[in-house]
Design a protein around this ligand. Structure first.
Ligand code: KG4
Ligand code: ZN
Length: 338
């Protein structure tokens, strides 16, 4: 059977961190993309608690997958392919999705395609635009990762640099936690910074001592915490808005400095910004300003496709399958935390 009939429907599962997500795709296009966030569970702790995350995935996965099928109007037995995030992420969380998808693929005797979570983020803008020109320079900014990639052609990922310490999203989350603003910190900071004066507080940009495209955000976090202490800033302080606007602006500038440098060296045809922090309006604006300065097209996914979702996982799996089709369920497929 497999190999004769051209695949049409794909079910993708994503559980790498604190979102339980399942998506149904038809020939690489999203029919449904269900995302169940665990924000409320982790919020009291100011960050993701791995043990709680994996337990919650176990509780939600069945419902999320059923809902994705209902919304797509397609039955489980009609799936031609299954896809799942293998890593990087929280190992317990990854294993929930991987085991679930493996079980389905094995039962229905269909291929299972393992996908890298970071590469899946880069795939998100392609879901909304199939004319993105290569070579591509892609900046991935999430809660766990901050990386710069160069793609000469599709599926050809060359990592130019990554963070040596905290990810940009992690830096936002930790500063928000310190100020007791809630979790996840990125969206809260964005909301509270609105209308603030971004030139009010001065942060020096993190500088890497070595050449290349690595990032560092722990220095910026320390500088932010120092300012908070020195000025006695709190959730109620009148200067909070200006402080958060200044901090958000500095994070955006630190991210774009490396993109700017890489643009000069690699001369890409297009630019991509992706990952959860790409939801941030200030960063989106600065990114498109940079691209316009170079007269380059830039692509940033719609906010829902920036944060973790199974749609991007399915899209990448579909593309991988077109290039190298597999016919059996690979039961050896393993999860990797990093
Ligand atoms: O990609 P993602 O959903 O998960 C990981 O793979 O890490 O990204 C989550 C990160 C969190 O750090 C969160 O604070 C940040 O994305 N984030 C934002 C915004 N929305 C989510 N950061 C800044 N502004 C936002 N609007
Ligand atoms: Zn992610």
């Amino acid at each position: 059977m497999a190999g004769k009939k051209k695949p049409r429907f794909l079910l993708a599962v994503e559980t790498s961190c604190d979102e339980t997500s399942a998506a149904v795709l038809e020939r690489g296009r999203i029919l449904s993309n269900i995302i169940l966030s665990q924000d409320e569970i982790h919020s009291p702790y100011g960050g993701v608690v791995p043990e709680l995350a994996s337990r919650q995935h176990i509780k939600s996965i069945d419902y999320v997958v059923s809902e994705s099928l209902t919304q797509a109007g397609v039955g489980l037995g009609e799936m031609d392919l299954f896809a799942v995030t293998q890593g990087p992420g929280l190992i317990g969380s990854l294993l929930v999705g991987l085991t679930f998808a493996k079980g389905l693929a094995y039962y229905f005797k269909k291929p299972l395609i393992g996908v890298d979570h970071l590469q899946a983020h880069i795939e998100a803008p392609f879901l909304e635009n199939d004319r993105i020109e290569f070579p591509v320079l892609a900046l991935l900014v999430s809660g766990g990762h901050t990386s710069l990639y160069f793609l000469e052609k599709p599926l050809d990922y060359r990592l130019l640099g990554k963070t040596r310490d905290d990810a940009a999203g992690e830096c936002l989350d930790k500063v928000a936690k310190f100020l007791k603003l809630g979790y996840p910190g990125g969206p809260v900071i964005e909301r509270l910074a609105r209308g603030g004066d971004s030139s009010c507080f001065h942060f020096s940009l993190p500088r890497m001592k070595t050449a290349g495209y690595d990032f560092s955000f722990s220095g910026l976090k320390t500088a932010a915490l120092k300012i908070i202490r020195e000025h006695g800033l709190s959730a109620e302080h009148p200067a909070l808005r200006d402080f958060l606007a200044s901090f958000e602006e500095t994070v955006a500038r630190a991210l774009l400095e490396n993109v700017h440098k890489a643009l000069e060296e690699f001369r890409p045809a297009s630019l991509i910004l992706c990952g959860g922090v790409a939801r941030n309006t200030r960063l989106r604006t600065r990114f498109s300003e940079l691209a316009e300065g170079y007269r380059l097209p830039s692509y940033v996914p719609s906010p829902r496709l920036c944060t973790d979702n199974a749609g991007m996982v399915g899209a990448l799996a579909w593309k991988k399958y077109q290039v190298s089709p597999v016919s059996s369920t690979d039961l050896d497929l393993d999860a990797y935390p990093r």
